[in-house]
Design a protein around this ligand. Structure first.
Ligand SMILES: Cc1cc2nc3c(=O)[nH]c(=O)nc-3n(C[C@H](O)[C@H](O)[C@H](O)COP(=O)(O)OP(=O)(O)OC[C@H]3O[C@@H](n4cnc5c(N)ncnc54)[C@H](O)[C@@H]3O)c2cc1C
Length: 291
């Protein structure tokens, strides 16, 4: 199927892109890797009058790490760069894993981490580990630059807290606290390329076997990626034990809000939230005590 006609722009600076965005307003679509946008355009769900490609804006594509501050990933960084970045592999293995297990090589070479978040699918692969690690995104418009925590970013399927005149420029993830570990777990209906049916990101900080900090984020089990706040509150300040771990996983399943669809039934998803939460917390704990 051929794409309908549209104007195509390839700005080389963020300012130029923001001007075009302001000029074309609701008739425009921002394109990063295009692995979501082009699918929607081809099946007629998206018919923009103009497309603004971000790929040539080099300031959006970098990845930088400072041990005292944290990790800054350009919104336009390719998923394949996220999976292979040495600092991400060393200090943020849960983020590397989420980008590595999604889609296939071709899609990871084209798709960007910012595109995955801005597309705002409930199953957005990179959301749970980033939420568990306290990520904050930066959105820029011609008027201002503002920071939005990932917890506040998702507003519904395909909807975010960003304004139409804004472009996401970067994602910041603080340096993980000492004695902490994180994990990302997912299950899909098929073994090959498939969207997650359930995914869980977890971060835990341990002090003398006590869980001082716990963050759990769930994907594909609610209209938006969500924190499992009750499970977190239950585990916080508890001495790590098999019994408490199982109970936290059960609470996490309880607070998830899945639906039945082509990928999995509501009941299966609930059970898998418990299993994936337990696995994620176990792996995060293992990493925390090794540090
Ligand atoms: C075969 C296949 C398999 C896939 N498997 C998975 C999977 O397993 N898990 C998963 O989560 N996804 C999957 N996807 C979806 C997709 O690949 C990812 O969501 C990808 O990260 C999107 O990034 P992109 O750069 O291609 O985004 P694009 O398609 O370019 O953009 C996506 C959306 O974000 C907006 N956008 C992009 N960048 C910005 C920005 N900087 N500022 C503001 N808005 C922006 C666009 O306007 C658009 O609305 C798959 C897609 C395909 C085709």
């Amino acid at each position: 199927m051929r794409l309908p006609k549209f104007e195509y722009f390839e700005p080389e600076t963020l300012e130029e892109a923001l001007r075009l965005l302001a000029e074309w307003r609701e008739r425009v679509c921002v394109l990063a890797g295009g692995t979501d946008v082009l699918v929607k355009m081809r099946n007629g769900r998206l018919k923009p009058g103009a497309v603004i490609a971000l790929e040539r804006i080099s300031s959006l594509n970098g990845i930088g790490f400072d041990l005292r501050k944290g990790l800054t990933i350009g919104a336009g960084a390719k998923l394949s760069d996220v999976t292979s970045h040495p600092d991400i592999l060393r200090y943020y293995p849960a983020i590397a894993r989420a980008a590595r297990v999604m889609a296939n090589v071709q899609v990871r070479n084209m798709g960007t981490i910012g595109g995955n978040l801005c597309n705002a699918a409930p199953s957005a692969e990179n959301a749970p580990p980033l939420m568990a690690l306290g990520a904050v995104v930066t959105a820029a418009s011609l008027e201002e630059e503002r920071r939005i925590t990932l917890d506040d970013f998702f507003r519904g399927p395909g909807l975010t807290a960003m304004k139409p005149e804004e472009i996401m420029t970067s994602i910041f993830v603080p340096t993980p606290p000492a004695n902490s570990g994180a994990s990302y777990q997912r299950i899909s209906a098929r073994c090959g390329v498939d969207i997650a049916a359930v995914s869980v990101g977890a971060m835990i900080m341990i002090e003398d076997t006590v869980c001082r900090e716990v963050r759990i984020a769930l994907g594909a089990v609610a209209p938006v990626p969500m924190r499992a706040l009750s499970a977190e509150a239950f585990l916080k300040e508890k001495v790590w034990s098999e019994e408490f771990l199982r109970e936290a996983a059960r609470i996490s399943a309880d607070e998830s809000r899945p639906i039945s669809d082509v990928r999995a039934s509501l009941e299966f998803r609930k059970q898998m939230v418990a299993v994936m939460t337990q696995r994620a917390l176990e792996e995060a704990y293992g990493r925390a005590i090794k540090r």
